[in-house]
Design a protein around this ligand. Structure first.
Ligand SMILES: [Zn+2]
Length: 129
């Protein structure tokens, strides 16, 4: 049985995020990028997270920032644009034996022809479906 991808797509890792994390391909949608970043968080792939973060907003990341016990990803809503995209998701993690969710609306932008994560938005932008 193939291992399911950490991003909860239901696909095996080898047919989902692995190709991105290994650097053999780059996601061409914001959702695929977001999923691959979640997988990178669960697998502690620091270099991948930096590579997929907008340089203006990328924090100083270290391996200690990746200690969270991620459990599950739910993508709630996606709006894919040409230069800007938005993905709303819940990322579940374990905190002292309790399940908690990080609920975020994330902004992604096209930067040097590649999708990168920019920052969380407070609310889903009005006027978007
Ligand atoms: Zn995946």
């Amino acid at each position: 049985m193939p291992n399911n991808c950490p991003c909860c797509s239901g696909k095996p890792f080898s047919q989902c995020c692995e190709i991105y994390l290994s650097g053999n391909a780059y996601p061409n949608t914001a959702e695929a990028l977001m999923r691959s970043r979640y997988s990178a968080f669960t697998l502690g792939k620091l270099a991948y997270l930096k590579k997929t973060w907008h340089p203006d907003t990328c924090p100083e990341l270290s391996a200690e920032d990746l200690q969270t016990e991620w459990r599950k990803l739910e993508v709630i809503k996606t709006k894919q644009g040409l230069k800007k995209s938005i993905v709303e998701f819940k990322a579940w993690f374990e905190d002292g034996g309790e399940a908690r969710a990080l609920h975020e609306i994330s902004l992604f932008k096209l930067y040097k022809k590649r999708w990168v994560y920019v920052e969380p938005l407070d609310t889903w932008p009005s006027g978007s479906k």
